[in-house]
Write a protein that binds this ligand. Structure first.
Ligand code: EPU
Length: 335
């Protein structure tokens, strides 16, 4: 266990916002979690942090941050078709994806290059290019900080949805390990439009998982900024899901509107398209801005304060509501 006091969080959040935390505790082994009991004061403000790639700090954090640095990988069980792997919460997500692929364990290739850690992957059920983490998660292991006990939650109890899970509600659960069941026989999913287009253009008709990983990395790099160079947290807003009637109304005015069918006769609209259409792509407010290639991504051009980025996001929300009558909700956790 490593404990630090009054520490800058600049290197602990992908927006690169410079705020301080009162205390940061890094946990390497699950057993160390039991020692937290004596360290957490009454009414303590707590934050469980992964790699800080989905968070926007708007002020100093006057509380205790807990972070896993457990990078353990263990094979638990194996049969002809699948393999069950346990991964420590502190492991970098993309390192895990690459490691699995190199072992011949498939399925996660579409989720290549997503920033973040194993521990945060179930929280917002990370997803990209037609796949979500919950397609492969079997069990999540957590420490209940209020009861000081270890629990495990099976996938069916995780209430996984689009960028959602039970872990968004149950803030007392610190995830320290996740079990994934992967496939031993390659079975790729290239149904997402951008992937289909990529393979049509490159003349590859039966791509291997490694080729899918390569494609996803190229597509992501072509429009998503590298947070080590330009601070960002990926998509800032969720893609809104609207009523079918509302969609038909919009379609009359904007026949080119991209859309996807969602559950219960609802329609999902890409927020990036709405933001671009409203003229925000590439716009800046001081050191905060909207990325020039992907309007769903807000960026820190240098020394932006978290509050400046939050203000810009609010301005965009109001404008999208005014222009389209659609309310956007942040995907990023604003603190
Ligand atoms: N679009 C625009 N302008 C833009 C951005 C997008 O018109 O500035 C249009 C595109 O032309 C396309 C549609 O919107 O027709 C969808 O765009 P894209 O494929 O880039 O995906 P997205 O809906 O913007 C979502 C996820 C991403 C994920 C990609 C690929 C959300 C909130 N975002 O973005 O996730 O990588 O799909 O699956 O669901 C993240 O969560 O941080 C993230 C990057």
């Amino acid at each position: 266990m490593k404990i630090q006091h009054h520490i800058s969080l600049k290197d602990y959040n992908s927006f690169g916002v410079d705020v301080n935390a009162r205390e940061l505790i890094e946990i390497e082994k699950p057993e160390e979690l039991l020692e937290l009991k004596d360290k957490i004061g009454e009414n303590e403000q707590l934050l469980f942090l992964g790699e800080g790639s989905n968070i926007l700090f708007t002020k100093n954090f006057n509380g205790l941050i807990i972070k896993s640095t457990d990078e353990h990988i263990e094979v638990l069980e194996e049969n002809e078709d699948t393999i069950l792997i346990a991964a420590g919460a502190g492991l970098n997500w993309d390192n895990f994806v690459e490691f699995c692929l190199n072992q011949g364990w498939h399925g996660l290739e579409n989720l290549s290059l997503i920033p973040g850690s194993i521990g945060s992957s179930p929280v917002q059920n990370i997803g990209a290019y037609g796949i979500e983490a919950c397609d492969f998660i079997e069990e999540v292991f957590a420490y209940d900080i209020t009861k000081s006990e270890f629990i495990s939650i099976f996938k069916r109890e995780c209430e996984f949805g689009y960028r959602n899970s039970i872990f968004k509600k149950r803030k007392e659960l610190f995830i320290y390990k996740v079990n994934f069941r992967l496939k031993k026989k390659p079975e790729v999913n290239i149904s997402y439009t951008a992937l289909k287009k990529y393979f049509n253009e490159s003349g590859i008709y039966n791509p291997s998982p490694a080729e899918v990983r390569k494609a996803v990395i190229e597509i992501r790099r072509s429009k998503l900024p590298d947070h080590t160079k330009i601070g960002n947290a990926g998509s800032f807003f969720k893609n809104p899901v609207i009523e079918h009637d509302k969609f038909l109304e919009l379609l009359l005015k904007h026949p080119d509107i991209p859309h996807y069918e969602a559950e219960n006769n609802m329609v999902k609209i890409p927020a990036g398209w709405l933001i671009e259409k409203a003229g925000w792509k590439g716009k800046t407010r001081g050191e905060a801005g909207v990325h020039k290639d992907q309007a769903l991504v807000l960026i820190n051009l240098g020394g932006a304060k978290g509050s400046e980025i939050a203000d810009l996001s609010e301005e965009i929300r109001l404008d999208i509501n005014k222009n389209f009558g659609i309310l956007l909700y942040p995907e990023v956790n604003i603190l």
